[in-house]
Design a protein around this ligand. Structure first.
Ligand code: PA5
Length: 478
């Protein structure tokens, strides 16, 4: 079970200017959390909060798992060398995070014992990157998992059009055997393409936005194909979701995380010190580093809003930052301790790194150098956790609030808990800030401008707007 330790966010540890008043956490903030929990109970499983049912056996879970396993089983026999996921944003970051947390970093290099095909997630339209991956993945040996709710996302659509063409030339009439699409079950451009071509499809469920979709077939299919235990993942998520329905703030980790980050983010420490709108997530574990990328999208896109739900202009939001311990102690901690006190730090700590790869790595004895004798016979994991604790201490000494989410070990159950914890925390934070956590209106302008620049019918005015605004001036250095 994950634990959340927030003692270092309180005034007695990091001073009243930078920490929360513990009395507020049992008084007005606890009352607010109770009211918000009641509000979330009413919207749970409705509208854009249907993601809350993804791990619930009484919700949509069983139907999704059954469908995912059926298609994964069909492909298990085919001995694919590669699985290439095409998607972007919420249609890719969760897949990447699950794979990097739950399979070895050498997964694609393994010649024996690899659980599933090599996995590549193409979440950009960098042609050099795309070409390099495709050079390694001959279409005849590759299964393509295209993930797009709309089918109109330019990046994914472009990749998919190229892949279809490559497949048609390489395998002709059996191209559809190489494609599993995850898309809207009824409408949208991708749905039309799938219906016409007869691809196997899995649903992006209704009422589940991209950044809340990793526990749906969006994330589950590539995970299942690569040997990740999706039942355990969803068990962990369900357990956390249940815990996060508790109206008592002190027993509800999502409500507590949101309370800490929103209150400190808005400068409402005990003595009203500087606001801390920078939220750093710093795993002391390489495997969890890309979960921080998934978190960045969730926190940024959900909470960064110009308008409140009532239409007033508020410019809310916090800047999520990722860092890796201990690596970034040697590149960022100088700033974190002595730069502006405008950040809240979240450490991810792992108790057991797992046999046989993790637990056994021990530093040998016998070097005979006094300055390094303290390392002899110690486990590498103990060194990493000592560095985490040392950094935690150093931040407290500099009056920098920080919390720790501890993983007993990195497994499916714990990762499922982590994903659900942040999703529910985001729902609370949205209510606390008074914004809609489920839309992303600011993303549209860039999309429309791209359509204009790329000559899409009906978007010519955008081409004029872009070129008019960005016309050349003399303010340039050759
Ligand atoms: O979180 C989101 O809604 C976005 O990041 C989308 O997932 C992303 O834009 C991809 O959209 P689609 O699945 O329609 O291709």
């Amino acid at each position: 079970m994950l634990t959340l330790d927030y003692a270092n966010c309180l005034a007695d540890r990091v001073t009243p200017a930078h920490g929360l008043d513990p009395a507020a956490l049992t008084g007005p903030l606890a009352e607010r959390a109770e009211a918000l929990t009641a509000a979330l109970e009413k919207t749970r499983g409705t509208g854009w909060e249907r993601w809350r049912l993804l791990a619930d056996p009484e919700g949509t879970r069983n139907a999704h798992v059954e469908a995912v396993k059926a298609i994964a089983a069909k492909h298990a026999d085919k001995d694919w060398e590669n699985l290439v996921v095409l998607g972007i944003g919420g249609s890719a970051l969760g897949n990447i995070a699950l794979q990097s947390a739950l399979n070895p970093p050498t997964h694609n290099l393994m010649t024996a014992g690899r659980k599933g095909p090599r996995l590549f997630v193409l979440d950009n339209v960098d042609p050099a990157n795309f070409a390099a991956v495709m050079a390694e993945c001959p279409p005849e040996k590759t299964l393509f998992n295209v993930v797009s709710k709309s089918g109109e996302t330019a990046e994914t659509a472009a990749q998919f059009m190229i892949i279809r063409d490559l497949l048609a030339r390489a395998v002709g009439g059996s191209a559809s055997d190489h494609i599993v699409a995850v898309t809207d079950s009824e409408k949208g451009t991708m749905r039309q393409i799938c219906d016409a071509a007869g691809y196997d499809t899995l649903p992006v469920p209704d009422g589940v936005g991209g950044r809340f979709s990793v526990l749906s077939p969006v994330g589950l299919f590539s995970a299942a194909m690569n040997g990740i235990d999706i039942d355990a993942l969803l068990d962990g998520a369900h357990e956390m979701e249940t815990k996060c329905r508790n109206p008592e703030l002190a027993k509800n980790p999502a409500a507590m995380l949101a309370t800490i980050l929103v209150e400190l983010g808005k400068g409402r420490s005990k003595a009203g010190g500087p606001a801390k709108p920078m939220h750093v997530l710093m795993p002391y574990c390489n495997g969890l580093y890309l979960l921080a990328d998934w978190f960045r999208q969730l926190w940024a896109e959900s909470l960064g809003k110009r308008h409140a739900a009532d239409g007033s202009e508020v410019f809310e939001g916090f800047t999520p930052i990722k860092a890796l311990g201990a690596t970034d102690q040697h590149s960022q901690v100088q700033l974190y301790r002595e730069g502006p006190n405008d950040k809240v730090f979240g450490f991810l700590e792992v108790e057991h790194f797992g046999d046989p790869l993790g637990e056994q790595v021990t530093i040998p004895t016998g070097l005979g150098v006094d300055a390094l004798a303290y390392l002899e016979g110690k486990k590498m994991g103990d060194l990493l956790n000592a560095e985490k604790r040392a950094t935690e201490y150093a931040l407290v000494e500099s009056e920098r609030p920080n919390f720790t989410i501890k993983f007993p070990s990195v497994n499916e159950h714990a990762v499922g808990e982590f994903v659900m914890l942040w999703q529910v925390a985001t729902a609370y934070a949205g209510l606390m800030l008074g914004i809609d956590a489920y839309d992303q209106p600011a993303v549209e302008t860039g999309k429309k401008a791209t359509f204009g620049l790329m000559g899409r019918d009906g978007y010519a005015e955008w081409l004029d707007k872009v070129n008019g605004t960005l016309s050349e001036t003399g303010h340039m250095i050759d």
